[in-house]
Design a protein around this ligand. Structure first.
Ligand code: HEC
Length: 148
């Protein structure tokens, strides 16, 4: 028979071992977090587009890459997945042809019709690089096209 003190030590070390295993398991699961919701993939032109985006103050209404406002306008993280490059270029040329009553005729957001072609190319490349994984809340915002 174990003495009182020995019994206590036996149970106590049992608890320590269980706690250590539980902690180890936690550590193990921490190493395998949920996949990121967004990722970024910019070529040289896309990086120049980020400069244009910053200079034009787009993040005073939009949120992307961890900065900018929410609630005013759509979050742009993931926009390069929910919209394709031709859509983005068209939107930056004549947004009203895709979004009736658009804010981007200068009534709220900047008037995209006034962009220079070079700025348009750069911005489109930047926006196209703001990608979403399927677990992103911005991913399923699929565009309904006339042809669909
Ligand atoms: C004053 C607020 C404001 C600013 C500044 C602004 N936007 Fe917007 N943006 C909006 C609003 C509102 C919408 C909602 C759609 C619409 O009205 O066309 C929008 C929509 C968009 C969309 C379409 C998103 C989608 O998937 O439907 C893109 C792309 C976009 N803006 C890019 C830009 C870029 C690039 C700039 C900077 C040159 C910019 N915005 C600056 C308000 C703003």
């Amino acid at each position: 028979m174990l003495k009182r003190g020995e019994k206590f030590m036996f149970i106590f070390s049992g608890i320590v071992v269980v706690a250590a295993i539980a902690k180890g398991y936690h550590h193990f699961t921490d190493l395998d977090p949920a996949p990121p919701k967004h990722f970024y993939s910019f070529d040289e032109v896309g990086l120049q587009g980020h400069e244009v985006y910053r200079k034009k103050g787009c993040n005073s209404c939009h949120r992307a890459m961890g900065t900018g406002e929410v609630g005013v306008a759509p979050v742009l993280d993931g926009v390069g997945t929910r919209r394709d490059l031709p859509w983005l270029k068209e939107y930056l040329t004549d947004p009203g042809s895709l979004v009736p009553g658009t804010a981007h005729y200068g009534n709220l957001g900047p008037d995209f019709r006034l962009l220079e072609n070079e700025e348009r190319e750069k911005l489109a490349a930047f926006l196209s690089g703001l990608r979403a994984n399927p677990n992103s809340p911005n991913y399923p915002l699929k565009v309904k096209r006339e042809s669909e």
